[in-house]
Design a protein around this ligand. Structure first.
Ligand SMILES: C[S@@+](CC[C@H](N)C(=O)[O-])C[C@H]1O[C@@H](n2cnc3c(N)ncnc32)[C@H](O)[C@@H]1O
Length: 279
């Protein structure tokens, strides 16, 4: 799809459809991104211009194509123990609090988990906590990782990573402790770490009522792609299913917006974590 063939009115129609499907707000000058990410898909579907794609997406029964477009347009960048501090705060402050208050199994949602590094890092943090305190074996967690993209979820479920992905954020000590080496040089997340984590295809624009309730929600580095109205809607939805005294962990450039009154700001050296107030 050469850039000169992107008609501004088709670009606007595509922006609106993408926001409707998954919340992503595409800036006004992202024609290059659209072109490079959708070229292959458009060839596969025999579509010659963005206008033809928009027409096809507007026809009924386009679920598969819609999913593939969203898959291509999402940014799946992630890494192990991203920003480090949320995971050390889990181990040093949050897990001890839950353990002291008698919670034996913390329920954690990793919303927009991409290829699984975030939920697996949480599971590793649980493991490290369990082995670092007396009576730690009595404490455990259940983690659900969700994402809109079936492609990244497939990799997350497999739990198999090439050396290049493994080296992003993971120390050799953690790699040797929590992974097994496959014959082809890739690394597989150990059974214990995997056993706490399940994955589900879920669009953050849907209702959260069937997900259950959580003690901790990680929603990191995804709200930045949405409008402020949608960010407020998503944080509102999460606030409703977070247990009182539970924690919400956002990305380092994301904030609570209009929901800040519902939370205590718990400041750590490297960043902030939000604790839902009891009242
Ligand atoms: C940049 S990654 C963040 C991964 C991880 N949370 C982290 O901080 O490393 C953003 C993820 O959000 C997912 N995503 C985008 N829009 C979504 C939506 N509407 N519902 C669920 N997931 C979405 C993308 O598929 C992508 O995997």
């Amino acid at each position: 799809m050469p850039l000169q063939r992107i008609d501004p009115k088709h670009y606007q129609a595509f922006q609106a459809l993408l926001e409707e499907f998954c919340g992503i707000v595409l800036g006004p000058n992202k024609q290059y991104l659209v072109s490079s990410r959708l070229n292959k898909l458009m060839r596969e579907y025999g579509l010659g211009s963005l206008g033809e794609l928009v027409d096809r997406l507007n026809q009924p029964g386009n679920v598969e194509l819609r999913g593939k477009v969203v898959d291509q347009m999402t940014t799946n960048e992630t890494q192990w123990f991203r920003d480090e501090y949320p995971f050390s705060v889990l181990k040093n402050t949050i897990f001890p609090q839950f353990m002291d208050s008698g919670t034996r199994n913390v329920k954690i949602w990793s919303a927009a988990c991409s290829t699984g590094q975030e939920p697996y890092s949480i599971s590793m943090a649980i493991d490290e906590f369990r082995s670092s305190v007396s009576g730690g074996a009595l404490f455990d967690g259940t983690i659900i990782g969700t994402d809109i993209s079936p492609t990244v979820l497939e990799q997350a479920k497999n739990g198999i990573y090439q050396s290049s992905a493994i080296s992003r954020g993971l120390s050799p000590e953690r790699r040797n402790r929590f992974f097994e080496r496959n014959g082809d040089g890739s690394w597989c997340v150990s059974k214990d770490i995997k056993s706490r984590v399940s994955f589900k295809n879920f669009n953050l624009l849907e209702s959260y009522s069937l997900l259950g309730r959580f003690d901790i929600i990680f929603c990191r580095n995804v709200l930045i792609y949405f409008s402020s109205d949608l960010r407020a809607q998503i944080i509102g939805g999460m606030t409703r299913i977070l247990n009182k005294g539970g924690y919400l962990v956002l990305g380092s450039s994301e904030s609570l917006g209009i929901h800040s009154k519902s939370y205590e700001f718990v400041k750590y050296n490297a960043g902030v974590i939000y604790k839902l107030k009891d009242d």
